[in-house]
Design a binder for this molecule. Structure first.
Ligand code: NAD
Length: 456
């Protein structure tokens, strides 16, 4: 534990020598990161296979490729993001110039979960480096192979007093949270998010919290059912449903429920064949605890599709469940696995009321050809972000800030938002010394009269 204190101390010392702040330094470190990710690609792919049975295709698109794109985008725009932003000056500031400087926070902590264990650790790091910070990384203990590769990779290219990796579980996290970081970036569950925020509050450390929740997919009767089926099955069963923004449950208009379910059954065979338990493209559940938690949900209603599972390999077939209610355990917590409960509606306002009564979702997906209905959903439900007629795709765009709202998270990142997440906006007025207004001082005779003319 003294080691952790020592890391933070040496990082702060290094940060204050100023080296991490120049454009040249940040650019070079991002290039180094890109190069080492490419070099480590085979090791990362192997580790992701070991920990989560991720196929090469899934691992490349959602973890490695995603990061390389993020770094490329950041390198392209970094100079522009770093330049002080000129702001207007009001009449009270006549003669002065105003700027907003993006200043690095300093020494930052990035805690990652296990579901995209490589990407969710390194993507925030891209923001931290771009913004000129030092960082301590804490990968998830539930994906030990990926955690080890991250530690090895980072140690190979960055000194500990700049970027350090501290491996471990809850004890390690707890110890890290006692340190006086300048910013904490946490990705994980809502309960642990509360622990992190409480620890940060004790020292008034600013936080970014990327949390989870129950994200609905809603299919209206005018939706393109064929595409809705494909896109919902893809969003739900990628990484065996262990995606923070996966559709957690499906709300479908009763007029199209039967047709949509038929299409979804067909799509699942197209994606994962007749025996998904043995399909190389299909992910496995991360731990025995999560496997058993998910298996219990299968008793909460009727299994329409799937339900097969193999305990030894921790795999559960893509499963669609009917006849579930909000009172069932499967509807009480984030599922975070390959089980999709189906609810039906006839009036969209009951859906709006149901979602509003619960914690604000991280994502929401609405399928309808009507722009009026799309606008109704966007304007009447609060959620982190989402898509109309698709799933997951909003997370992939570097032009869109990604994050939750309320209990699904605080703050956002990706692209410029990552740079902003790790920067403090420091406002500076450069005042003129060529003249001075006497009326601003308490000694001025008619000062208040003048001030009232300008202000109010
Ligand atoms: P988790 O909250 O259990 O763990 C996340 C990290 O926190 C791990 O590194 C873990 O070691 C650490 N941790 C666990 N308990 C702790 C404690 N008591 N004190 C301090 N640190 C602790 O989350 P998880 O199971 O790894 O990930 C799944 C959750 O993460 C889901 O809820 C999912 O929705 C969410 N998630 C969110 C996003 C997002 O971008 N918003 C992305 C991925 C996952």
């Amino acid at each position: 534990m003294e080691v952790i204190e020592e890391i933070v101390r040496t990082q702060r010392e290094y940060y204050y020598n100023g080296e991490t702040k120049s454009y040249a330094f940040r650019k070079q470190k991002l290039e180094t990161l890109r190069k080492v990710i490419k070099e480590y690609e085979p090791e990362v792919l192997k580790a992701l296979k070991e920990d989560l049975h991720k196929s090469e295709w899934e691992a490349y698109t959602t973890e490695i490729g995603f990061l390389l794109e993020e770094i490329k985008f950041t390198l392209k725009h970094l100079k522009e993001w770093m330049s002080p932003e000129r702001a207007k000056s009001p009449v009270t500031h006549l003669g002065s110039k105003s700027y907003v400087h993006r200043e690095p926070y300093g020494v930052t902590l990035i805690i990652a979960p296990w579901n995209y264990p490589f990407q969710l650790q390194i993507a925030p790091l891209v923001g931290a480096i771009a913004a000129g910070n030092c960082a301590v990384l804490k990968p998830s203990e539930l994906t030990p192979s990926v955690s080890a590769v991250i530690a090895k990779m980072i140690r190979e290219v960055f000194p500990v007093n700049y970027i350090a990796v501290v491996e471990g579980g809850v004890d390690t996290s707890t110890e890290l949270l006692k340190q006086s970081f300048d910013h904490i970036f946490f990705t994980g569950s809502v309960p642990v998010g509360k622990v992190v925020m409480e620890a940060a509050a004790k020292q008034l450390i600013p936080v970014t919290l990327e949390l989870g929740g129950k994200s609905p997919a809603i299919v209206n009767k005018d939706a393109n059912l064929n595409l809705a089926a494909k896109r919902i099955m893809w969003g739900k069963f990628t990484n065996a449903g262990q995606t923070c923004i996966a559709p957690d449950y499906l709300y479908v208009h009763s007029d199209v429920k039967k047709a949509l379910l038929e299409q979804m059954a067909q799509v699942l065979v197209e994606f994962y064949g007749e025996d998904p338990l043995s399909d190389e493209k299909y992910g496995h559940i991360v731990s025995d605890r999560h496997f058993h938690r998910l298996k219990q949900f299968l008793n909460d209603g009727d299994v329409l599709i799937g339900g097969q599972h193999k305990e030894r390999e921790r795999v559960i077939a893509p499963t669609i469940m009917d006849n579930v209610s909000w009172e069932d355990p499967v509807m009480q917590e984030e599922i975070f696995g390959p089980i999709l409960p189906v609810l039906e509606f006839t009036d969209i306002h009951t859906v709006i009321d149901d979602v509003r009564r619960r914690p604000k979702p991280l994502a929401l997906y609405f399928f309808s050809e009507s722009e009026k209905m799309q606008d109704l959903i966007t304007s009447s439900i609060s959620f982190g972000g989402g898509c109309m007629n698709d799933t997951l795709m909003h997370i992939v765009s570097p032009y869109l800030p990604f994050g939750g709202v309320g209990s699904s998270g605080t703050g956002s990142y990706h692209g410029q938002a990552s740079f902003e997440a790790f920067s403090h906006q420091k406002s500076i007025v450069k005042q003129t010394t060529k003249f001075d207004f006497a009326f601003r001082y308490p000694s001025a005779k008619n000062g208040l009269k003048m001030i009232k003319r300008i202000m109010g």
